[in-house]
Design a protein around this ligand. Structure first.
Ligand code: FE2
Length: 565
């Protein structure tokens, strides 16, 4: 594997090394920060091949990211015993009795008990680790750091808003970063939680909570916010910068849906209503924070609710901030990175902003070729893999695009992507079939930064696909596959300085078709985590109707395999 650091083991290297761990609630993950810079970060699911690391069912509330942690260390050539600290993104010392917090979970103390023993568990999982090196970081401080310390420099203070399901005792944190230091301004205590509100709705609509919330967001575009008046009474913003969520009788608004059942207009209307109220509340909280922070020009966001790209777009459009930046791993996996940056800061290292989400595993060209040989696949090396892929896409073929290091966070951003033609209206159904997704779900476009403003309105740049944009009316019929029912698209802007290969592919596709965008979805099939290794990429290629596998500079064509089409 590539991207090793040099100079390890010499005994004189002053680099400060902090391993970040998220092992509680959702999406176990590990991250390694060296001298204030994130050098590796990965979700455990990419190694264990269990989506989100574990199922969101009772008593599966924790999992140590053993494999991802071991990879972070080995890829950077860092020995366990040379770590300065391990940052754990939950502080059991802050916890209170669940009944006290208004939570109906008689077993909550089990999670707290587990977290208290985390140093010993970690020492067992990472032989050689001194348990004394483990530092507990409050969950929402870890989320806040993943946004406020990882965002591009703002030039002044950075306001930070964490919108989550839950942490130790709270669900939200509003604060401001000054010179790398967080000043908390308000934190909303449980049981009031925007994340848990959205999770409850997700469950009521027959989806998997803590996993399928983005499906609810997609469904909302098909409905009308009929219940907005009632939700304004039940979900209220307080003068202190927080909010209250009263009990909601979901069944009185729409019948509970069984998993996999057909969803009705009632369900879409309910989703639209909650989504609309969420957007209003997020906007109010962000405005309060703007005033309380003394008018910071940049807002950085994290927490699971910050993956709601419709709410993010509204906040960017209607809120007071010049820039809104959202951590690409805004869910709990990002707390591994945030906890590590926070502790590195406490140890005196200034954080370096993230330059991209490609922080996971990568393979050298030689390693990729060896994998292809081992699998006995008939591959070739075209002059340009980008041009080769563009030709297949222009012929309406699907491309499995595997390049560089894998992405940290839930979005494929041109490293582990499944690409397709945006001009064919049938592409959406075809891609959703390949991926076993519901047909109401949109697929998203990537566009070269230079061409963005010709086709879309909205937040720019949008490197991490965390905002929705309006497709200009004259383009809607030309790129129907990526235009959602409400005329929007969740755009990734591709910048030549950071993603030259994808930019080349887009330019070549436009030369062939006149269309400056390509469909981009994650490289996985139904229910599986994103492809991470070359072998998984080849397995996907072998089991899905994909015309081209672009594995680094190498190409494997479906036709060359013989049999089938
Ligand atoms: Fe969280």
């Amino acid at each position: 594997m590539i991207y090793r650091l040099g100079g390890e083991g010499e005994g004189t290297d002053p680099a400060m090394r902090v391993l970040g761990i998220n092992a509680i609630f959702h999406d176990p993950a590990a991250a390694l920060v060296v001298d204030g810079q994130v050098v590796a970060a990965a979700e455990e699911e990419r190694f264990s091949r269990r989506k989100h690391g574990k199922r969101p069912v009772p008593f599966s509330a924790w999992e140590l990211p053993e494999l991802s942690a071991a990879w972070c260390l080995s890829s950077a050539g860092v020995d366990v015993d040379s770590l300065d600290a391990v940052a754990y993104s939950f502080d059991p010392g802050l916890c209170r009795d669940a009944a006290d917090l208004g939570l109906a979970d008689p077993w909550d103390w089990l999670r707290v008990d587990y977290a208290r023993r985390a140093p010993q568990f970690l020492a067992a999982a990472l032989p050689g680790l001194d348990p004394e090196k483990v530092r507990f970081v409050p969950h929402h401080v870890a989320h806040a750091a993943s946004a406020g310390l990882a965002a591009p420099p703002a030039g002044d203070d950075t306001a930070v808003l964490v919108l989550d399901g839950r942490g130790e005792v709270a669900s939200h944190l509003a604060g401001v970063y000054r010179d790398g230091e967080l000043s908390p301004l308000y934190s909303q205590e449980l049981p009031h939680s925007l994340g848990l509100l959205y999770e409850d709705l997700t469950r009521h609509l027959g989806f998997l909570h803590s996993s399928d919330e983005y499906k609810v967001m997609a469904l909302a575009s098909y409905g009308r916010p009929k219940h907005l008046g009632l939700l304004r009474e039940l979900v209220r913003v307080t003068d202190a910068g927080g909010f209250h969520v009263d009990r909601i009788d979901w069944a009185s608004l729409a019948k509970a849906a069984e998993p996999g059942a057909e969803l009705t207009e009632d369900h879409a209307d309910l989703a639209a209503s909650v989504q609309a109220r969420l957007e209003e509340v997020v906007l109010d909280l962000a405005r309060w924070l703007y005033d309380a922070s003394g008018g910071a020009s940049t807002l950085a966001m994290a927490g699971g609710v910050a993956l709601n790209c419709v709410a993010n777009a509204r906040l960017a459009a209607d809120g007071p901030y010049r820039d809104v930046w959202v951590q690409p791993a805004a869910g709990d996996s990002g707390t591994a990175l945030g906890a590590a940056l926070h502790v590195a800061g406490a140890l005196g290292d200034r954080a370096t902003p993230m330059s991209g989400a490609d922080l996971g595993r990568g393979w050298s060209v030689e390693e990729l070729e060896a994998e292809l040989r081992r699998a006995a696949l008939p591959y070739f090396r075209p002059d340009s893999i980008a041009a080769e892929a563009a030709r297949v896409l222009a012929d309406n073929g699907i491309v499995a695009w595997y390049q560089g290091r894998s992405e940290y966070g839930p979005r494929a951003l041109g490293h582990r992507s499944l690409l397709a033609h945006p001009g064919d209206p049938a592409t959406t159904a075809r891609m959703n079939d390949v991926k076993g997704r519901e047909q109401f779900r949109p697929i998203a476009p990537m566009v070269r930064a230079e061409r963005f403003a010709d086709i879309f309105d909205g937040v720019f740049p949008s490197r991490y696909m965390l905002f929705v944009h309006r497709v200009k009316p004259e383009w809607r019929d030309r790129i129907p596959a990526v235009t959602h029912v409400d005329g929007t698209a969740r755009v990734q802007t591709v910048h030549t300085d950071t993603e030259p290969l994808v930019a080349e592919l887009l330019a070549e596709f436009e030369r062939l078709t006149g269309l400056p965008v390509v469909v981009n979805t994650s490289l996985n099939t139904a229910g599986r985590p994103m492809v991470d290794t070359p072998r998984e990429a080849m397995e996907l290629f072998g089991s899905a109707p994909v015309e081209l596998l672009a594995l680094g500079p190498f190409a494997v064509r479906r036709g060359a395999l013989g049999g089938g089409r």
